[in-house]
Design a protein around this ligand. Structure first.
Ligand SMILES: [Fe+2]
Length: 292
């Protein structure tokens, strides 16, 4: 079947791309060709549309560097990032569900003592996240690492803040002997995904929201347990039902409870109203062989 006709092109291409020693690469390429050809046939792609797509992808690549990843953003707004996350994380009922990591996580965050402010002098309304890290049957997990990151009270992540040379709104807390933790931060703000690139161009041709509801990111690690990367979302946020990257799961929506001025659980005394978030993270134990 070496020569192509209008009817056999997909089969010819698939046959050629079968000659791959790595079985997984072969499987992926076979499926990719099948679905890509199916898509092109389905929409009867015109040649100007094909070229517009090539130019769009080229510009998307040109926007990427160490700080910006327009292709991850593309994956996010098409729901692919969440799909990959869900395929790879089958957690039992009751375990804290995972969601996308997003583009703003920075490794090697500073260690912050329990109850201490994550970034001194960061602008925003005071907020404490208080809870426990525990097993599915409610036993405390001491020494779990809670790597958190979020926007400051002006809606900016570290990568978006010009002219700062200290870690910004990110830190690593640890659960105490009884599994408890107190994260002292500020109330995060809802924000728009970057709209000045090729994704913004595409989103502007739709009526969809490009906002993400206010949230705090957490990546939780504990010896012998499946790690979980997740967010806590603010209940009642205007954008909660239309997150631009489809990250919101019902179990991750929490109330940010407004508190009167006074003493907070970390001993701090506030002269202004502050917010309390109560949430227990529940981790799934690894099978013994996997944990070893
Ligand atoms: Fe975020």
């Amino acid at each position: 079947m070496s020569y192509v006709t209008d009817g056999n092109l997909t089969e010819v291409v698939m046959e050629r791309w079968q000659d791959i020693p790595d079985p997984r690469l072969r499987e992926v390429m076979q499926s990719l060709i099948k679905h890509l050809h199916g898509f092109v046939r389905d929409v009867e792609l015109t040649q100007p549309e094909w070229f517009a797509a090539i130019q769009w992808l080229t510009r998307t690549g040109q926007l990427c560097d160490e700080k910006r990843q327009e292709f991850i953003l593309t994956s996010d707004v098409l729901g692919v990032s969440m799909l990959v996350d869900s395929i790879n994380h089958h957690l039992p009922p009751g375990a804290t569900p995972s969601t996308v990591e997003g583009p703003f996580h920075v490794h090697d965050a500073p260690e912050i003592a329990n109850g201490e402010m994550v970034t001194k002098d960061a602008p925003g309304v005071p907020c404490l996240v208080v809870g426990k890290v525990q097993t599915l049957d409610g036993k405390p997990i001491p020494g779990a690492m809670l790597d958190m990151w979020q926007t400051d009270g002006e809606g900016l992540y570290e990568a978006q803040r010009e002219g700062i040379d200290i870690p910004w709104m990110r830190g690593i807390y640890h659960s105490q002997q009884d599994g408890s933790f107190i994260v002292r931060t500020v109330v995060p703000l809802a924000y728009t995904i970057p709209m000045d690139g090729t994704i913004g161009e595409l989103m502007n041709k739709t009526n969809m929201s490009h906002m993400r509801p206010a949230h705090i990111h957490f990546a939780i690690l504990a010896n012998g347990f499946h790690p979980v990367t997740t967010h806590l979302f603010e209940k009642g946020d205007e954008w909660i039902a239309k997150d631009a990257v489809y990250g919101v799961k019902e179990e991750l929506i929490v109330e940010f409870k407004k508190q009167p001025p006074g003493k907070a659980p970390n001993g701090e005394v506030f002269n202004e109203p502050w917010y309390l978030v109560e949430y227990d993270f529940v981790l799934d134990r690894m099978a013994k062989a996997a944990a070893a």
